[in-house]
Write a protein that binds this ligand. Structure first.
Ligand SMILES: Cc1ncc(COP(=O)(O)O)c(C=O)c1O
Length: 410
């Protein structure tokens, strides 16, 4: 019997098929993985045991007797944590728990965007957000950043220009607190300026704050949501970066009128219950001690990465020391095309994220790469950067000095 051919039956407009997972490469600098050594396993095991023993029978209901917005104890923890750390005043009823903040992106996009719409974003930004706009047929206008985050002068110009053309963007998407991929933090003054511009133009702000717990000195400006006077900010966050991404728990903070619209398109009848219960049990007691320890460990890994790059690439690798997070955004010499570096690097066991996948301006991203340092060990970081330098030199002739030894081009 010949197998049924599904190809003619597939819905039109599907994205390209996924690549099969064949295990992680030896030196994995891609994605947003966390540090396995730092997952607070014993406490998570205990939290799971305690919460299930106490409340496990609520698993018999959709939504754990907390309703469709997610486990109430977790939402209550979030309401007080967001007040304390980000200055956000919200009730548990203004929080919707999602399956990772990726689902939060989908829900916000789902209620606001339609084909042909325009949004405004940092020009260097999260690939998951960029891919969604492409897939939805939405035009993303990129605003350049500097060391303090999105440039407000450029934002003002872009908003004026769009207005002249009769276009009202659906939102300004920003990762203001440890930006992905640049690691910058939008200063408080700029936050006020951004809010003022957004208000003037009648445009909401979509604030994605998933890295805001991972700041080296623990200091963060208040969230845009906290500073807004006209309620035009939708705020999302995640436990992926502060605890573990495989849990798939994120959240949205928004006015109930918007949550009500999002719930109507959140068709999974609630996000996974066990992970919400475990976090609801773990976080009130341990979040505040876990996060600084995690952050200290991440900072050490970043230092190993920056040292390794300096040693192996010398001046050929340029980067700013980020304010926190799990990524280093690296500029290689102009002749390097990181999309073309990707495959030979992978063949040598090194996985990197090519810059064009993280930028609205692909030419700007060409010689840039994003390196995630959270998951590989210190030794793997050093060995991986050395291997990357070898491949880069073979393919593009740079760096011509590796570990201070000059190489003659073959
Ligand atoms: C800016 C940003 N938003 C959202 C996400 C999605 O994360 P998750 O779905 O794991 O919460 C990521 C993941 O890397 C991210 O970098």
């Amino acid at each position: 019997m010949t197998a049924l051919d599904f190809a003619p039956l597939l819905a039109p407009g599907l994205p390209p098929p996924a690549v099969k997972f064949n295990g992680f490469p030896k030196y994995n600098f891609t994605g947003g993985h966390n540090d396995g050594e730092q997952v607070p396993l014993d406490l998570i095991v205990k939290a799971a045991n305690d919460v299930l023993t106490r409340e496990g029978r609520t698993l018999a209901t959709y939504g754990l007797e907390s309703g469709p917005q997610g486990y109430r104890r977790l939402r209550e923890f979030l309401a007080q944590k967001l007040k304390r750390t980000a200055g956000i005043t919200c009730a548990a009823d203004e929080i919707l728990i999602t399956s990772g903040s990726l689902q939060a992106l989908d829900l916000v996009n789902g209620i606001l965007l339609t084909r042909g719409d325009t949004i405004v974003t940092e020009a260097e930004t999260y690939q998951g957000a960029l891919n969604r706009w492409t897939r939805l047929g939405v035009n993303a206008v990129g605003i350049p950043l500097d060391g303090e985050g999105m440039r407000i002068d450029a934002l003002a110009t872009a908003l004026d220009d769009l207005k002249r053309r009769g276009i009202r963007p659906k939102y300004i998407y920003t990762v203001p607190t440890v930006q992905n991929p640049t690691g910058t933090i939008l200063s408080e003054a700029r936050r006020h300026d951004m809010l003022r511009l957004a208000e003037q133009h009648g445009v909401p702000i979509f604030e994605d704050d998933c890295y805001s717990d991972l700041i080296w000195d623990g200091q963060r400006p208040p969230a845009l949501h906290a500073l807004s006077r006209h309620g035009g900010v939708i705020h999302i966050g995640s436990f992926s970066k502060s605890i573990a991404p495989a849990l798939r728990v994120g959240y949205i903070v928004a006015d109930w009128s918007l949550i009500a619209r999002m719930l109507a398109i959140k068709t999974d009848a609630g996000s996974g219950a066990l992970e919400q219960m475990v976090l609801g049990e773990f976080c009130p007691a341990h979040f505040d001690t876990h996060v600084p320890a995690l952050t200290r460990g991440l900072r050490k890994k970043l230092e190993t990465l920056m040292d390794a790059l300096n040693e192996q690439f010398g001046t050929a690798a340029e980067f700013e020391d980020p304010k926190g997070g799990i990524f280093l955004w690296v500029k290689l010499p102009d002749e390097v095309d990181t999309l073309k570096l990707y495959q030979p690097a992978l063949a040598a066991g090194v996985a990197i994220n090519p810059g064009p996948e993280w930028t609205t301006d692909k030419a700007y991203g060409k010689s840039r790469t994003r390196l995630c340092f959270a998951n590989p060990s210190h030794e793997a970081i050093r060995a991986g950067v050395a291997a990357l330098a070898e491949v880069c030199r073979r393919e593009f002739g740079v760096p011509n000095r590796i570990a201070n030894v000059e190489r003659v081009r073959a």
